[in-house]
Design a protein around this ligand. Structure first.
Ligand code: ADP
Ligand code: ASP
Ligand code: MG
Length: 406
């Protein structure tokens, strides 16, 4: 007998029929004698609808109230799934994050989980019930409902698996595993049987939303056995996220291509090239709670320099306004911005032992006349910022260049 945490994403619970199918899948596991905790997302499109609704009333929604609203999506699904389970004779009980209690900090809309009380879940599991928990939500020390950021049900699933010391955490979604790149963009993408935590972390942080980055961090930290599977197929082992590289196997140099359409670039032109410039520019941006991704400062000439960085597209207007206000005080010439960019990255632990990956990547892009606007590298990834019109082409070309479609 094993204890399994299964998480089902929005599409997998997208309508009553699919919810009934999830119940049937859960029943297969309980029939084998396993204990099951199910974590569900809101039905597909619901969270977007709730956010849009909130914005109709308050264009820049109050974060506490937004969480109050957004958390309702998952509350509907847990009730429906518990009903569907009971209908087929499986005893089940639903819990909101607060009822479990998934304690978080008070950072509304992107709260972090601090602790999980397993008492209620253990009692129900021991009584032979399936426990159905609302993903994406928790409660802070003052009893306020919080949410964990978009895609946060993955993190709920992994965190519950860690708290319960589950044998496995299965993430059921609308693809049958982690692919060499998003199979919706490159149909030739190949499913990976395994991927290391390190690579999955990079892929997730560079835009592959198949797993929320925090869920991967959590799984790595608490050694949760994590697997991504299809909720629409009965067969298949999905993709196992592994702790270690398989030392016996020749590592591919590149494991996957990730991309992110959600980026925007800002540049301060003609800033006096003096100590403290980066601090003054990025300090003001950080004060406004805006995360900065890539940063480039050009070599100065005529005593001035150009300073560029990228932010999430949603923060573009705010960041631009901040730069306009500090421009005068810094004595800069001009502020420019571009919110039609994207970031494309090649990820692979095999890169460590293989020089020349970057030049291969740059040549492949040059051969397609794709201009690179910014570059950033680490030991296991190379990212480039491009005009967003080249996104699909660049991803396809790099996928082919690194032999991922073989
Ligand atoms: P869920 O609602 O189940 O959480 P998501 O939409 O959040 O599902 O994540 C699954 C989607 O992630 C897939 O439909 C796919 O388009 C996308 N995706 C992006 N990169 C990858 C990748 N490398 N492998 C598999 N899927 C990917
Ligand atoms: N429903 C939430 C979202 O759409 C959480 C999730 O699906 O993981 O972001
Ligand atoms: Mg998701």
């Amino acid at each position: 007998m094993a204890l399994i945490v299964q998480k089902y994403g929005g599409t997998s619970v997208g309508n009553p029929e699919r919810i009934k199918n999830v119940a049937k899948r859960v029943a297969k596991f309980t029939a084998q004698g396993h204990q099951v905790v199910v974590v569900v997302s809101a039905m597909s499109g619901e969270t977007n609808k709730l956010i849009a609704l909130a914005k109709e009333v308050q264009p820049n929604p109050d974060p506490r109230e937004l969480d109050q609203i957004c958390s309702t999506g998952e509350q509907v699904t847990i009730g429906l799934l518990s009903m569907a389970l009971k209908n087929i004779g499986i005893p089940a009980r639903s819990y909101t994050g607060g009822q479990v209690k998934v304690l978080t900090d008070s950072t509304f809309t992107k709260a972090r989980i601090l602790s999980i009380d397993e008492t209620n879940m253990r009692r129900d599991l021991d009584a032979g019930m399936v426990v159905v928990v609302a993903g994406f939500q928790g409660v802070d020390a003052d009893g306020n409902i919080t949410t964990l950021g978009r895609g946060g049900s993955d993190t709920s699933g992994v965190a519950l698996a860690a708290a319960l010391k589950a044998d496995e955490c299965q993430i059921y979604t609308d693809v049958d595993g982690v692919y060499t790149t998003d199979p919706r963009v490159v149909p030739e993408a190949k499913k990976l049987d395994t991927i290391t935590f390190e690579e999955m972390l990079e892929m997730a942080s560079l835009g592959s939303k198949v797993l929320q980055i925090r869920s991967v961090e959590f799984a790595g930290k608490y050694k949760v056995k994590l697997r991504v599977l299809s909720s629409f197929q009965d067969e298949g082992e999905g993709t196992l996220i592994t702790v270690e590289e398989d030392k016996n196997m020749e590592q591919p140099i590149i494991s996957g291509i990730a991309f992110n359409r959600d980026e925007a670039k800002l540049t301060m032109l003609g800033v006096p090239d003096t100590p403290g410039i980066a601090y003054q520019i990025l300090g003001s941006i950080a004060e406004a709670n805006i995360d900065v991704d890539m940063i480039i400062q050009n070599v100065g000439h005529d005593g001035t320099t150009d300073f560029s960085f990228t932010v999430n597209r949603g923060d573009f207007a705010k960041a631009q306004a901040i730069l306009e206000t500090i421009k005068v005080q810094l004595g800069a010439r001009e502020v420019t911005g571009d919110n039609k960019i994207c970031k494309v990255s090649a990820v692979g632990v095999g890169m460590r032992s293989h020089p020349g990956v970057a030049s291969k990547m740059f040549k492949a892009l040059a051969d397609e006349s794709i201009n690179i606007q910014m570059i950033s590298t680490s030991e296991i990834k190379i990212s480039v910022v491009l005009d967003e019109k080249y996104l699909e082409l660049a991803v396809r070309v790099l996928h082919r260049t690194f032999g991922l479609d073989q």
